[in-house]
Design a protein around this ligand. Structure first.
Ligand code: NAP
Ligand code: ZN
Ligand code: ZN
Length: 357
């Protein structure tokens, strides 16, 4: 069978050692493939750490539709520059860098021109599982190396620990972008629904932006952690009564919940003119018109962030001393980390140490 990572331009590239999924149910297994040899504006990165996002799990399991296998997941990548093409201007060998969810886009549509490549009208090229304009499909960061054009490479401040910085490349930007877009600041009543990888970053970032932050969780188990992470309040929501008691409290809800739940119930927690932003991506879920109409409420969504904003977020996190709370795992522990993530048993992001893969 042809290796989908192969293309004519990749023949002399570095041999990457990786972990890949081969179907929706089998454990991820070691996989070797060739990265393209760096072209003029490419940066070759030796990967140090890669976070495990719940999106990796959705993707591998086919929750969002059929995928192409084998696929190497991973889009929270931090590493050091190993070599650069002759035209690279921003980076040099040894720099600490990051790669998030995007490795290419059309660069000419209105959204790319506005530095919002995540909404590229021709469809951006995602770090894994996307059709690569150079051939084959893209392969992500559970690997020893990656080659990415410099425009899609981020500078990671040396002040941040590389392992704890990795989740900023997805969990960080996915929560920073809507918090900023909806003008979070002093006086904003922000609720973070779901205290997982994205949720714990949302708490830290919203707090640093000056908001009053409440965590909405499914039990009281994470209450102490929520306070330590910077939340002012914590509400466990397990009954209709719990929702009724928290009604009409919030200007903005960042909803990071990964599993099916009632949007109507969470919308009832918004004040008049409040907005609930979906960043979590569970399956289809109905919404009652009455949940929105009653308080002129809005239901919105947000997808990661563009390159310019991702760099801004990394610098913001460095200035405020913010990074993820991570549990580092070895590559051979990826499958048990997936099982634990499904059981909500993670504090608060698994990060794979790829230095020795
Ligand atoms: P995660 O670490 O597994 O966190 C998800 C959280 O959801 C859990 O910690 C849990 O919080 C809550 N939860 C789980 N099941 C629930 C249920 N049945 N009802 C209510 N709450 C429940 O996942 P993650 O990596 O943060 O990702 C979260 C979601 O965001 C995923 O769907 C992922 O695909 C998506 N995502 C979207 C983007 C984007 O650009 N929009 C980017 C990255 C990820 P508690 O324990 O506090 O209840
Ligand atoms: Zn992600
Ligand atoms: Zn575009």
């Amino acid at each position: 069978m042809r290796n989908p990572a192969d293309s004519s331009t990749m023949n002399s590239g570095v041999q990457a050692r990786a972990y890949a999924a081969f179907d929706t149910t089998s454990p991820l297994k070691p996989f070797a493939f060739q990265r393209r040899s760096p072209e003029k504006t490419d940066v070759q990165i030796k990967i140090l750490f890669c976070g495990i996002c719940h999106s990796d799990l959705h993707w591998v399991k086919g929750d969002w539709g059929p995928q192409t296998y084998p696929v190497v997941p991973g889009h929270e990548i931090v590493g050091r520059v190993e070599s650069v093409g002759s035209g690279v201007q921003k980076f040099k060998v040894g720099d600490l860098v990051g790669v998030g969810c995007l490795v290419d886009s059309c660069r000419s549509c209105v959204n790319c021109q506005e530095d919002e490549e995540q909404y590229c009208e021709r469809g951006g090229t995602f770090t894994y599982g996307s059709r690569d304009p150079r051939g084959g499909i893209t392969q992500g960061g559970y690997a020893s190396h990656i080659v990415v054009e410099e425009r899609f490479v981020l500078r990671v401040p040396e002040k941040l620990s590389p392992a704890a910085a990795a989740p900023l490349l997805c969990a960080g930007i996915t929560t920073y972008s809507p918090l900023k877009h909806w003008n979070t600041g002093p006086g904003t009543q922000v609720a973070v629904a779901g205290l997982g990888g994205l949720g714990h970053m949302a708490v830290k970032i919203a707090r640093a932006m000056g908001a009053h932050v409440t965590v909405l969780s499914t039990s009281t188990k994470k209450q102490k952690d929520a306070e330590r992470l910077g939340a002012h309040d914590f509400i466990a929501l397990s009954s209709e009564r719990d929702f009724a008691q928290a009604a009409k409290k919030f200007d903005l809800i960042i909803n990071t919940i990964s599993a099916s739940h009632s949007y109507d119930a969470y919308l009832s927690l918004l004040k008049k003119n409040g907005t609930m932003v979906l960043v979590g991506l569970p399956g289809p879920q109905p919404v009652q018109a009455f949940s929105l109409v009653g308080g002129r409420r809005r239901l919105a969504g947000s997808l990661i962030g563009g390159l310019r904003e991702t760099q801004e977020m990394l610098d913001f996190c460095s200035q405020h001393g913010i990074a993820a709370e991570v549990e580092t795992v070895k590559p051979e522990q990826i499958n048990s980390a997936y099982e634990r993530l499904l059981k909500n048993d993670v504090q608060y992001r698994f990060v794979i140490d790829l230095q020795e893969i």
